[in-house]
Design a protein around this ligand. Structure first.
Ligand SMILES: Cc1ncc(C[n+]2csc(CCOP(=O)(O)OP(=O)(O)O)c2C)c(N)n1
Length: 392
């Protein structure tokens, strides 16, 4: 069926080691439409799903991938300069995120973890909204209904339950939109993800489980999470799955479209394993050199999703100086806007923390707010001071 030229290994059946290449484990069919060298290869089953992709669209996919990489670089710099508390880079996962994000319809709904800033970009998120939480200015970055994407879930895997519940709601409404949930390889070991898949299968809910297998869950390699390929886990739930080259934007788009179409037509959930690599640290607080081999990064750098698309564009005569300049200018403009939004973001009022906790009045919370107000007021009015201890 498909070639596995990228040699992108899934989990090994051979036990722990330090490489993410296959070690004798079963090698599933990796859906690939563009090789790491940028050669477009034919795939009878998946080609029809990207037949409409014109040269222009291909260039726009390239632009989006370059822009989100630039967002990542800028946000990392902002963190290093003390403007953000933390940032979870998506470096290396641009094809997985843009390929799937661009396959969605506006009325589909996304439930993601913290790393899907590329998907958020596809949904049209405000650039300041992406970084609001990471600056510590708000407990949530945006109104989910403005872009049909819930704000990121830090609790690993919990968003899969939200997606399944939302998908059951879509089903009850008789709509043909789809919920898609993004999570990592590590999340597949969480109870929440397994429970979400049980419910999704039982109710044939229109939900796509999009797993970005970036090979690492912080310092834990995927082979410790699973001795079979992650895509094969779905069979145990009665959920069809696909294993796609996550560094091939066209293949990811094709696979996501197949899954979305199945869900829209009442065919229930699909599990997609996008085989990719987290080229950066887990977050800016992490140092991956402590637990992974430099050779591994080098191997994956050779399969860089953006270089691959550039090679394809080059083969097609589309990678002109003009395109490069336009894309660079766009990426720089986005980075500038994001930086400005970050550094000029007004600090929140201390009492804002009580907003949006409950939708209706809550006497317990009101009491806490009142106590905290008096504590804050005490700084300006020593006579009415409440001790810090008392305010706790
Ligand atoms: C329920 C829960 N357990 C543990 C953590 C701590 N934690 C944060 S990120 C992470 C690893 C997640 O890895 P993976 O699911 O592969 O996603 P990735 O970060 O690679 O995108 C863990 C264990 C958490 N946030 N939530």
């Amino acid at each position: 069926m498909s070639t596995d030229e990228a040699g992108q290994g899934g989990p090994s059946a051979g036990g722990p080691g330090n490489s993410t290449e296959e070690h004798g484990g079963p090698k599933g069919n990796l859906i690939q439409l563009v090789t790491p060298a940028g050669e477009r290869i034919s795939h009878p089953e998946f080609d029809p799903w990207v037949q409409d992709i014109t040269d222009e669209t291909l260039c726009s996919l390239y632009e989006d991938m370059m822009v989100v990489r630039r967002i990542d670089v800028e946000a990392t710099a902002l963190q290093r300069q003390g403007e953000l508390a933390l940032w979870p880079p998506l470096l290396g996962q641009e094809a997985s995120q843009i390929g799937s994000g661009r396959a969605l319809r506006g009325d589909d709904f996304v439930f993601s973890s913290y790393r899907e800033n590329g998907v958020a970009y596809c949904r049209g998120v405000g650039l300041t909204d992406i970084i609001r939480v990471w600056r510590g200015n708000a407990s949530s970055g945006w109104d989910p209904y403005t872009i049909n994407m819930a704000t990121p879930t830090i609790i690993i895997g919990a968003q899969t339950l939200h997606a399944t519940g939302y998908a059951m709601g879509i089903q009850n409404d008789g709509a043909d939109s789809v919920a898609i949930t993004y999570f990592g390889d590590g999340a597949t070991s969480e109870g929440d993800v397994n429970e979400a898949m049980v419910f999704a299968a039982s109710f044939q809910a229109p939900v796509v489980f999009f797993c970005q297998n970036n090979q690492w869950a912080i310092s834990e390699p995927v082979r410790l999470q699973s001795h079979i390929q992650l895509a094969d886990r779905a069979a145990g739930f009665g959920i069809p799955s696909m294993r796609v080259d996550g560094n091939d934007v066209l293949a990811v788009m094709a696979a996501t479209r197949v899954a979305l179409d199945r869900a829209r037509r009442g065919g229930g959930p699909t599990f997609i394993e996008a085989v990719t690599y987290r080229m950066g640290p887990h977050t800016t607080a992490d140092d991956p050199t402590r637990y992974r081999d430099a050779n591994e990064l080098e191997d994956w750098a050779a399969k860089d999703p953006i270089s691959r698309l550039e090679s394809l564009l080059d083969r097609k005569g589309l990678l002109t100086d003009e395109l490069r300049q336009l894309v660079q200018a766009k990426a720089d403009a986005v980075a500038r806007e994001m930086r400005l939004g970050c550094t000029t973001m007004p600090d929140p009022e201390p009492l804002d923390i009580f907003k949006h906790v409950y939708s209706s009045p809550n006497t317990w919370l009101d009491r806490q707010q009142d106590h905290y107000s008096r504590y804050l007021a005490s700084f300006g009015d020593p006579a009415g001071a409440v001790s810090e201890e008392g305010a706790r």
